[in-house]
Design a binder for this molecule. Structure first.
Ligand code: FES
Length: 236
């Protein structure tokens, strides 16, 4: 678990403040020749101070870091995500000796839950086959947002992958927070601390501070400023 000093704070209509020397890395998906995401690869470690600010509006010229641009544009960073526990939103899918839990409000559409042949929900209907079960578990564990998780039995404890305490910048996508780092809302209330979650850094999610996959629709890229049609007053 993260140290007491390690946490992320969401600023009103502003950046994420990261405290406690949390490592910042770049991670990218390893894709198959068919365009299917297979696994994750760490590309590099970014140099930071112990405390640093990460862009949340999507328009910084020094991404992933904040350069203050949110104060020049009408960035509406209002958090709309349900602050309640994930367990209250999950749909439960029962398979053979495995139960998959799904909070679709957190989905970033990273695509690890399927391939060109099958997907997790189809596989859950398969007979009692440990090879299929292992594939389901591997797919679920690569879901960056934690939309999907699994247990071995109904009402059993969720089995989580062993992930590092770090923040990973996903190319043209969200920030992948792993290792149980606490995240505090703009009003000082903590979000549920989880092993993995994905935070929006394009500014366009409808489920802020979480990513909801909208970065793909708005064409967010690390190297290009996205013009967003957002209309609230920036508070700094
Ligand atoms: S990074 Fe903003 S919706 Fe995904």
């Amino acid at each position: 678990m993260a140290a007491e000093s390690q946490k992320i704070t969401v600023r009103p209509n502003g950046p994420y403040i990261v405290r406690g020397g949390i490592p910042l890395v770049r991670k990218t998906e390893v894709m198959s020749e068919h365009g299917e995401p297979l696994t994750w690869r760490k590309e590099s470690v970014l140099s930071t101070e112990s405390t640093y600010r990460l862009c949340r509006c999507g328009q910084s010229k020094t991404k992933p870091f904040c350069d203050g641009t949110h104060t020049l544009v009408d960035f509406d960073g209002f958090e709309t995500a349900d602050p309640g526990p994930i367990a209250d939103r999950e749909t439960i899918f029962r398979g053979q000796q495995i139960v998959v839990r799904d909070d679709h409000s957190l989905c970033t559409h990273s695509g690890f839950c399927g391939n060109r042949i099958t997907n997790i929900w189809k596989m859950l209907k398969d007979p009692d086959d440990s090879v299929v079960r292992a594939q389901i578990m591997a797919m679920v564990e690569k879901c960056p947002s934690g939309t999907l998780s699994f247990a071995l039995e109904a009402d059993g404890e969720v089995v989580e992958p062993d992930l590092p305490i770090e923040i990973a910048v996903i190319p043209d996508g969200p920030l992948w927070i792993s290792g149980g780092i606490p995240v505090e809302r703009r009003d000082g209330q903590p979000l549920e601390t989880r092993n993995r979650m994905t935070l929006c850094r394009c500014g366009a999610s409808s489920n802020k501070p979480f990513c909801d996959g909208t970065h793909k629709e708005v064409g967010f890229t690390d190297g290009q400023i996205v013009t967003l049609q957002l209309g609230a007053t920036s508070e700094g």
